[in-house]
Ligand binder design. Structure first.
Ligand code: K1U
Ligand code: ZN
Length: 172
């Protein structure tokens, strides 16, 4: 297992639409291990493969409250099957936009489907943080970031800040 570097905005990779996974190979299992290690190290409650630069439809998540009782999830080709009309506002963060948090409104509850590493198809209902997180992660697979739900003013401001930081780093 290894911790991989995170892709940070304005890297254009974050706007790619990731490819479906056709077969669960040893490379895919290795990727899942690395994503979990990278997510726990960050720390985060979710991670999409593109956030470590790999454009395939895989997500890791762990929304358990206690560090002693980890509940890692690996989602292959996840999709939302149903979303509630009721919305909920949650203050979201993103490992690809470090130290920036804003409130985002999304469906309160969802039903989603995915394949696990054993090749089983799972359908699951979610509310609370799990519902917010799975929507945030599936957005990553489609090149969508949580700042896309904010006003243009807020989005432009955060992108400009990270563009300037990237320029400074390149020049240093
Ligand atoms: O996909 C990502 O960028 C990870 C992101 C997921 C997420 C967070 C909050 C709402 C929706 C989706 C994060 O994990 S940001 C870090 C974070 O929220 C957190 C970190 C440590 C403990 C608890 C939460
Ligand atoms: Zn994110």
């Amino acid at each position: 297992m290894s911790i991989r570097p995170l892709v940070i905005i304005p890297d254009s990779k974050l706007r790619l639409v990731s490819e479906p996974i056709k077969e669960i190979t040893s490379e895919i299992r290795q990727l899942a291990d690395d994503m979990l290690e990278t997510m726990y190290d960050a720390p985060g409650v979710g991670l999409a493969a593109i956030q470590i630069g790999v454009p395939v439809r895989m997500v890791t998540m762990d929304v358990s409250k206690s560090e002693d009782e980890r509940q890692p999830m690996v989602l292959i080709n996840p999709e939302i099957l149903w979303a509630s009309e009721e919305k909920r506002v949650y203050e979201e963060g993103c490992l690809s936009i470090p130290e920036y948090y804003e409130e985002v409104e999304r469906p309160d509850r969802v039903r989603f489907r995915y394949m696990n590493l054993q090749g089983e198809t799972i359908e699951q209902d979610a509310d609370g943080l799990l519902a917010t997180c799975v929507q945030h992660e599936i957005d990553h697979l489609n090149g969508v970031l949580f700042i896309d739900y904010l006003s243009k003013l807020k989005r432009d401001r955060v992108i400009t800040k990270f563009k300037k930081a990237a320029k400074r780093e390149a020049g240093a």
